[in-house]
Design a protein around this ligand. Structure first.
Ligand SMILES: N[C@@H](CCC(=O)N[C@@H](CS)C(=O)NCC(=O)O)C(=O)O
Length: 216
């Protein structure tokens, strides 16, 4: 089986899929789509994902899979061990809700296409754009902190890493890349750091990818 991930070093959605594949011990090669140079809009990539977004996952000659959470759920069904969702239906719903707070509520508002629209169509200045990004990043962190503060840990759903941890960790890493102050969110930071101590997350980190800046 050949498995190709279309990603980009700075993409938090691609980071989610890399972490899931690493946790499940799956081999893949990554093709970089340079989102800073508009490669997501080239016809060759739009043929892979008409939305013009990474990640996309291609296995052998099957059609591309897109949307990080859909890809992770597909991997979960085909490679169930180790599980990235809890066992009980109620816990699975809660776990997915935590994940979607990041992937559906916050992250879509800060993607390059939204930032480009703010820049070039609405013509907001840089500080206003950064305030927008920070506002939506903190809105999700505040909701997650409140839901996780009494969780037993070390991960969102207890002793095992789930898709909620994948989303939370990528969100915390994204906030750190923007250099936001995270002192208000100690639980989120503690859980993310527990995940980043795992090799699967460390290897998937944006700054460990080809094309990432060397300076930290
Ligand atoms: N909901 C999608 C989001 C995908 C997405 O927006 N990816 C970003 C990078 S993190 C992207 O490729 N953006 C390109 C653009 O906005 O032009 C997912 O979870 O996969």
């Amino acid at each position: 089986m050949t498995r190709t991930l279309y990603g980009f070093w700075r993409s938090l959605a691609a980071f989610r899929v890399r972490a899931a594949m690493n946790l499940k011990g799956l081999d893949y090669r990554e093709v970089s789509i340079d989102l800073f140079n508009g490669e997501q809009d080239l016809p060759a990539f739009r043929a892979i994902n008409p939305m013009g977004a990474v990640p996309a996952l291609v296995e052998d000659d099957h059609p591309p899979l897109t949307q990080s959470l859909a890809i992770i759920e597909y991997l979960e069904e085909v490679h169930p061990a180790p599980p990235l969702l809890p066992a009980s239906p109620r816990a699975r719903a809660h776990c997915r809700a935590l994940a979607l707070t990041v992937a559906a509520d916050a992250h879509p508002l800060v993607t390059p296409r939204v930032r480009n629209y703010l820049d070039h169509v609405l013509k907001v200045d840089e500080p206003t754009k950064m305030a927008w990004i920070e506002h939506w990043s903190r809105t999700a962190l505040r909701a997650l902190e409140r839901q996780l503060v009494d969780a037993p840990g070390p991960y969102c759903m207890g002793p095992s890493v789930t898709v909620a941890d994948i989303c939370l960790t990528t969100h915390v890493v994204g906030a750190r890349l923007f250099k936001f102050d995270l002192a208000e969110f100690p639980t989120c930071v503690r859980i993310a750091d527990a995940c980043l101590a795992l090799e699967a997350f460390a290897r998937a980190h944006p700054l460990e990818q080809v094309g990432a800046p060397a300076a930290r």
